[in-house]
Each structure stands twice: as C-alpha cells, then as structure tokens.
Design a protein around this ligand. Structure first.
Ligand SMILES: Nc1ncnc2c1ncn2[C@@H]1O[C@H](COP(=O)(O)OP(=O)(O)O)[C@@H](O)[C@H]1O
Ligand SMILES: [Mg+2]
Length: 211
C-alpha cells in the first residue's frame, strides 16, 4: 500500500482538480475520506463525484461511501460541520481507515495544511499520523507565493516528505511560470504547474516514485 496525501494552501485552490488528473494519469485510486458541504440528495459535482468519475466508477451511494465515509452537510471545517449535526469526529478512526486502504491511493485532505479536522487536530496532524508523503497545491493569485511557502514550511517542520509543490493557475493573478520560478528559488522540492483548464505538467513523473 502506498499513500500520497494531497493538501493545499486552502480551500478552492485546486486539490480535487489536480487529484482527478493524477488519478487518470496514473490509474490509481483516489479517496476523499472527509467531505463537508455534502448534500446526499445532490451528490453530482461534489469532490467525491469528481474523484469517482476520474476512477471510472459510477456515482452510487455505495461508491460514495467507499471513498468518503465521513460526510457532513455544512460547508464548514469538519469539526464545525460535525457539531451542527451533533456528531463527533475522531482523527484516529480516519487515520486507521486511510491506513487500511490497499494499492496506490491518493488521499485528498480538506481545506489547507492547518485546517481543523477535529476540535484538537488539523490536517497536518492527519498527515503526520499517516506518515506518508504529501503534495502541496497552491495558486498563482497575488499573494500565493507566501501562502505556498508558508504551508510548505509547516509541512517541513513536521518532517513530512513533499513529493512536489503544484501551482494550479488561479482565475486571475500573476504569470503562472513566473510564480513557479520564484517558488523554485526558495526550495529544492520539484514545482509543477497546472495551466487553467489544462493538465498538470510533469507532475506524474515527480509523484510516481511515491505511489
Ligand atoms: N488549473 C485549473 N484550471 C481550471 N480550473 C481549476 C484549476 N484548478 C482549480 N480549478 C477549479 O477551481 C475550483 C476549485 O478547485 P478544486 O479542485 O475543487 O479545489 P479544492 O479541492 O482545493 O477545494 C473548481 O471549480 C476547479 O475546477
Ligand atoms: Mg476538493
């Protein structure tokens, strides 16, 4: 079993977009164990639906349950969404579920590197507990370089192996190649780009040795 954890600088940055592309390119399994803002009556368009489509699997309740067992209605951090349903959320259970996967699996996290998952723990604690490599997705909007390098340093401070940093082109912002080039000057880690509506460039080659 090999796991790659896709995290990012925040929500709506391109984690699902990148994960879906990698899933198709590498023909691996992708899971989104914890999803909030999920409406069981309208699952189409959800992260779970996008990842199932990338795997060529039907959007059925059973398939959704198989890749996204922790689902919450409110579009909030999981602990806050769970509280609104009078439910608790337990990180060891999520970690055990991830660790029990088989084959090559890409795990999409939630939000950004330090988004809360439970009342005490963040995504960073989740990755540390899994002890697996991460992929860090950032954007090319003005300000993205600092957000990306800050998130990267948080991962490094916890000794997490970062397979690559991915710059997913923002809707409006700074030149994509220039953004990636500046990030490269601050790190030895590979930096891949994803043009708007395009496929990741060279990313598969950076991550394939981890999967
Ligand atoms: N490189 C890109 N090109 C075009 N659209 C993108 C790109 N990256 C992200 N998006 C779009 O931006 C939105 C947010 O991306 P998503 O992957 O869902 O973010 P996250 O999973 O980090 O919350 C989605 O509509 C997605 O299709
Ligand atoms: Mg997502």
């Amino acid at each position: 079993m090999s796991l790659l954890f896709v995290t990012g600088t925040g929500t709506g940055i391109g984690k699902t977009y990148v994960t879906a592309h990698l899933t198709r390119q590498l023909r691996v399994r992708a899971v989104k164990p914890v999803i909030s803002g999920f409406d069981p009556a309208a699952p189409a368009g959800s992260d779970s639906a996008i990842l199932l489509e990338a795997m060529g699997e039907a959007l059925t309740p059973a398939n959704i349950d198989a890749i996204s067992p922790w689902r919450y209605a409110a579009a909030l951090a999981p602990n806050m969404a769970a509280r609104r349903e009078n439910r608790t959320i337990d990180l060891p259970a999520i970690v055990d579920w991830c660790a029990a996967q088989s084959g090559s699996v890409i795990i999409e996290g939630v939000g950004g590197v330090m988004s809360p998952v439970t009342d005490e723990e963040t995504v960073l604690d989740w990755i540390v507990a899994l002890d697996c490599p991460a992929l860090l997705v950032g954007g090319s909007y003005l300000g993205a370089i600092s957000h990306t390098l800050t998130a990267f340093e948080a991962l490094r401070a916890c000794a997490i192996a970062v397979a690559a940093i991915v710059v997913s082109e923002s809707e409006a912002g700074v030149d994509l190649d220039e953004t990636a080039a500046v990030i490269r000057t601050h790190t030895q880690t590979p930096v891949a780009i994803v043009p708007r509506r395009g496929a990741p460039q060279n990313l598969a080659s950076f991550v394939v040795r981890y999967l």
